[in-house]
Design a protein around this ligand. Structure first.
Ligand code: 2AM
Length: 180
């Protein structure tokens, strides 16, 4: 039996923000806009790893644990639609430099460990709707939600009873912004 797991590094959303986002989504988007991502599955992917062996997972966790990076605030003030994957996403007009640096580090560690990394530029986003065929006709929430990222996590993506579930496997702190 294979012991590989489908993994990704991500930022989670604080519970209160998660609830605000799903309430807004329910009001702003009609049912035909797409299939809503479950509240517990809302996250911002930093690096997608694909199917990873237990040995490679251990190595990637060790590397992640060595990262010393300052925490940062993310302003969710942008909204868009990607027709090809059919997703509506929430993002940031100006992603903080520290977020881009963290993702870049995790993605380069993943690439060096043999995990394929897409050549497309990294665009930090939270997928809100899948199977979304229409462009969004909804403005982003104003003035935008802000959340503080004080840790990042490793998740396993699993399909259980036909539904995608994300399980947090580990998390690592990001340093206090006032005391890097
Ligand atoms: P998405 O939300 O834009 O679909 C878990 O599947 C997470 O990893 C999701 O956030 C998903 O991004 C991302 N992901 C899934 N497959 C991917 C791939 N082949 N390349 C990059 N990211 C991927």
């Amino acid at each position: 039996m294979s012991s590989s797991r489908r993994l990704f590094f991500a930022l989670s959303l604080p519970d209160a923000l998660q609830q605000q986002v799903i309430r807004w989504r329910a009001e702003a988007f009609p049912p035909e806009a797409g299939r809503p991502v479950a509240a517990a599955n809302l996250h911002l992917t930093l690096a997608f790893l694909g199917d990873v062996s237990a040995q490679k997972e251990r190595a990637l966790q060790t590397l992640a644990g060595r990262i010393r990076q300052t925490g940062f605030s993310v302003c969710l003030d942008d909204l868009g639609h990607w027709p090809r994957p059919g997703v509506v996403w929430l993002g940031s007009k100006r992603a903080p430099r520290a977020l881009l640096q963290l993702a870049e580090l995790l993605r380069s560690q993943a690439a060096r460990s043999g995990c394929y990394q897409s050549p497309l530029p990294f665009h930090p986003h939270i997928t809100l709707l899948r199977a979304a065929t229409q462009p969004v006709a909804v403005p982003p929430a104003t003035p935008g939600w802000i959340f503080s990222a004080d840790h990042f996590s490793l998740y396993q993506s699993a399909v259980e009873h036909g539904r995608t579930r994300y399980h947090q496997l580990a998390q690592w702190p990001l340093n206090n912004q006032d005391n890097p």
